[in-house]
Design a protein around this ligand. Structure first.
Ligand code: SF4
Ligand code: SF4
Length: 409
């Protein structure tokens, strides 16, 4: 038997590829290398070879799969509607099962236990804040260079976990807000904006105390047991809310795929929305106001897990426009910025090259304010752009404009 886990690439997924090649121009790794094995079609062929017993899950298979960003840019353009991200998570699960090594076990521990542990996040927050103060990003250590992409982190980062705020206007429903692991500790201003806007739009909002990391990074790395354990905890934590909302695109995309990760996951997934969708809807039906024009551009960067995985594009533009800004396009096909979770550490050269290309796209337009709805993309942009560029989540841009407007009127 070529495959050994229930998450393995499914025959239906592999058979769906008609080898048309329409995905190739949209795949960042194919565009960088021109190699078939670095394309969606080539990766599916490698999976099919294992499925049919021609090849094995070996070092070469791991190399082919490991080079994929899991950006899912190949999905929206595929005429077979092939769920490539699901198949790739299955391939990664097989690699973890059949090619165990110490590095992968350590990663499973960090991504499963570490990100799911608030004490561990607090310790990481302290050291990240210390590293910023001591400017460790100047040291010739690749991991430390990533500090440059972070916002200024307080030593004891605040947390919204456990908070509950009632609707500030006519009630339309209840929201369970996923605070996220590093999103809660290091990008707390995004969650604060979400709480303000959701309550202003008529939602009772709770940030359940028993929630944990969504498990996206563990799933991308093939850490099945950790992914299932985190999903199970969140299924229980978010029971009963009308909607489950996440403020990081990577988290909302993973929650939307919870059907794969255990009992109750499909029901939770049916209630999931990214924050940008909920806020854009509230603006469209008049529960949140459209603010006066500022005659200022905002460069729009689409996180892959918003644009490709959830097909959310127009909503971020609607939010930025309602804040009074002019949304400006930087990239017609939404090429990945190269952050891609742990990819920025696992494949640093490719990640850096894609980061440079994304920064070039921003510099080509007349804007120094950049909208990005995912923390990894924000870090990648900040790492590659000069300090005069400000990178904010679209709902932060809107919430800031709304606060200023309220204060002035
Ligand atoms: S677009 Fe879809 S069907 Fe065509 S080669 Fe790519 S994965 Fe296969
Ligand atoms: S997920 Fe992204 S990098 Fe991977 S095959 Fe698809 S387009 Fe290429």
């Amino acid at each position: 038997m070529a495959w050994k886990t229930s998450h393995a690439p499914r025959q239906l997924e592999l058979d769906s590829c008609v080898t048309c090649g329409l995905c190739l121009p949209h795949c960042p790794t194919f565009r960088l290398t021109g190699n078939e094995s670095a394309s969606p079609r080539g990766r599916l062929a490698a999976m099919a070879a294992v499925a049919s017993g021609i090849a094995e899950v070996d070092d070469r298979f791991e190399e082919i799969m490991g080079f994929c960003l899991q950006c899912r840019a190949c999905e929206p353009v595929c005429p077979s509607v092939l769920p490539f991200g699901r198949a790739m998570e299955g391939a990664r699960a097989e690699i973890a099962e059949q090619q165990p090594n110490r590095g992968r076990k350590v990663r499973a521990l960090v991504l499963g236990r570490g990100l799911g542990s608030r004490p561990a996040i607090r310790v990481a927050t302290f050291f990240a804040a210390l590293s910023q103060r001591l400017q460790f990003e100047r040291l010739p250590v690749r991991l430390l260079a990533r500090i440059k992409g972070l916002r200024r982190i307080p030593f004891a980062g605040g947390s919204h976990i456990g908070e509950a705020r009632p609707a500030a206007t006519a009630r339309v429903g209840s929201v369970g807000l996923l605070a996220g692991c590093v999103q809660d500790a290091w990008f707390g201003a995004v969650n604060e904006a979400a709480l303000e806007l959701l309550t202003a739009a008529g939602y009772d909002v709770t940030v359940p105390a028993s929630q944990t990391c969504c498990g996206a990074l563990a799933a991308h790395d093939g850490a099945v047991a950790a992914t299932e354990r985190l999903a199970s905890a969140n299924v229980a934590a978010f029971a009963g809310y009308d909607m489950v909302v996440a403020t990081a695109a990577g988290c909302s995309a993973h929650l939307a795929g919870y059907a794969e990760w255990g009992p109750g996951g499909d029901e939770l997934a049916s209630r999931v929305s990214d924050i940008t969708v909920v806020i854009a809807e509230a603006i469209a039906d008049g529960r949140l106001p459209e603010l006066p024009s500022r005659d200022t551009n905002v460069a729009m960067q689409d996180p892959c897990h918003l644009r490709h995985a959830q097909r959310v594009i127009a909503e971020t533009r609607q939010i930025v426009a309602a804040a009074g800004y002019e949304p400006v396009e930087i990239d017609d096909i939404g090429m990945c910025c190269g952050a891609a979770g742990v990819y920025m550490l696992a494949q640093p050269e490719t990640s850096d090259e894609l980061g440079r290309r994304k920064a070039d796209q921003v510099r080509a337009v007349d804007a120094t304010l950049v909208a990005s709805a995912n923390p990894g993309c924000e870090m990648q942009l900040r790492s590659n752009l000069a300090r005069r560029y400000e990178i904010r989540h679209p709902i932060e841009i809107y919430a800031t404009a709304l606060r200023e407007h309220s204060a002035a009127s």
